[in-house]
Design a protein around this ligand. Sequence first.
Ligand code: ADP
Ligand code: ADP
Length: 228
Amino acid sequence: MIEMKNVYKKYPNGIVALNGLNIRINQGEFVYIVGPSGAGKSTFIKMMYREEKASSGEIVVNGMNLSNLKNKEVPYLRRQIGVVFQDFKLLPKLTVFENVAFALEVIEEHPEKIRKRVMDVLDLVGLKKKARMFPDELSGGEQQRVSIARSIVNLPKVVIADEPTGNLDPDTSWEIMSLFEEINARGTTIIMATHNREIVNNMRRRVVAIEGGLIVRDERGGDYGYEI
Ligand code: ADP
Ligand code: ADP
């Protein structure tokens, strides 16, 4: 469960990116975050995994109050949240297998168990056979699958995605979306910022529109709602 109360974010340059935002997202929900560029979507998302700190307000993620979270507790928070980016952010010198294994937070886990866990998630995203390849040997859609595998390898309760289909063609975007649907069907909360009108309008999930750092619309089974 994620809850934000009166969250305000002012960047050091004086820009107010979030202006007293309130939201509650329950475990297992699928939420699209829409809105024009500069609306505050990325900032909103960054609040949840403490990539940015709120200037004021209260944020609770899976029972952790982020206002009281100590820096040394941030890795514990991040283990419970998978993050997927538009530009994949894979490590180019590591293989597909290693990119996913690198994210796996294990304390003295048996190597064979690590290998099994990594191969199981690669199987889930359809990339088991490409485990030994490097990111630049893969298509954009395949690279995004690797980053999705990396985001779920620790079995997080929440996966957050910022424009995950922004660099992909329409067919590939649909494949990536069905993967997110499958992950959500297994009980994981999905929060996704997107400009992809077609996907939002077809999926009919909760749609939260942000403008000027505030939620201006919050609908179950909503649509994209913008003309451009
Ligand atoms: P969106 O994701 O909806 O495009 P952002 O959250 O990226 O919106 O940005 C909201 C506002 O905050 C914009 O005016 C943007 O220029 C500003 N902003 C974003 N990140 C920073 C930063 N690190 N420093 C200063 N201003 C920022
Ligand atoms: P299968 O059961 O179909 O043989 P495996 O689980 O053995 O599949 O492995 C699938 C692919 O991943 C193979 O190409 C394999 O060599 C590769 N692979 C397995 N383990 C590792 C590893 N530790 N590092 C890199 N690649 C691996």
